[in-house]
Design a protein around this ligand. Structure first.
Ligand SMILES: Cc1cc2nc3c(=O)[nH]c(=O)nc-3n(C[C@H](O)[C@H](O)[C@H](O)COP(=O)(O)OP(=O)(O)OC[C@H]3O[C@@H](n4cnc5c(N)ncnc54)[C@H](O)[C@@H]3O)c2cc1C
Length: 150
């Protein structure tokens, strides 16, 4: 580790529905020391990256949303990409996770140390993650490979 290494309890890879959902739930659980590493230039994952004409979801919008963030303002049953992107960015702002997200950071490798239960990820800067054992069970599953899929 060099002096560009940052230390966090959790690093989430990606800011699509999955990464944002994880970030919001961590925040709600009172965990503040986490980062979301996003290789793209902006947040939203699939719904930022795909902008071709007619791009839209094929699941009704009231189902294709976070269960904890229903949106009464959907303009149509099957929203198009710009509306989904706005929804995700709105959630990031509303739930206060925007400042945790680092765009333009591609994770190039990650290691898990069985003995110290510490994970390291290398990207534009190095990130060192500690303390998975101290998280609530629901959050721990997402960061501890031994618990994944449980
Ligand atoms: C055009 C289109 C329409 C779709 N319609 C539907 C639908 O109607 N219903 C449905 O259920 N699903 C649909 N999907 C699938 C959709 O991808 C998922 O529903 C969901 O958005 C995936 O969210 P995610 O967070 O898992 O992944 P993504 O949205 O893909 O987000 C992953 C993020 O991780 C980032 N990332 C990946 N690797 C790295 C790395 N090494 N370092 C840093 N960042 C990284 C990516 O840049 C990306 O931003 C559709 C997909 C597409 C492309």
């Amino acid at each position: 580790m060099d002096d560009t290494t940052t230390h966090h309890r959790i690093a989430i890879i990606g800011s699509g529905f999955g990464g944002l959902g994880m970030a919001i739930r961590l925040k709600e659980a009172g965990v503040e020391d986490f980062v979301v590493l996003e290789r793209d230039a902006d947040i939203g994952g699939t719904w930022w990256a795909n902008t071709y004409p007619g791009c839209q979801c094929d699941i009704p919008s009231h189902l294709y949303s976070f269960s904890f963030a229903p949106n009464p303002d959907w303009t149509r049953t099957y929203p198009e990409q710009p509306e989904l992107e706005r929804y995700l960015k709105g959630c990031a702002e509303h739930f206060g996770v925007r400042d945790h997200i680092h765009c333009g950071c591609e994770v190039r490798s990650a290691e898990w140390d069985e003995d110290s239960t510490v994970a390291s990820a290398e990207h534009t800067r190095s990130v060192h993650c500690t303390g998975a054992d101290r998280f609530p069970r629901r959050a721990k599953r997402a960061v501890n490979p031994r618990s994944s899929g449980a």
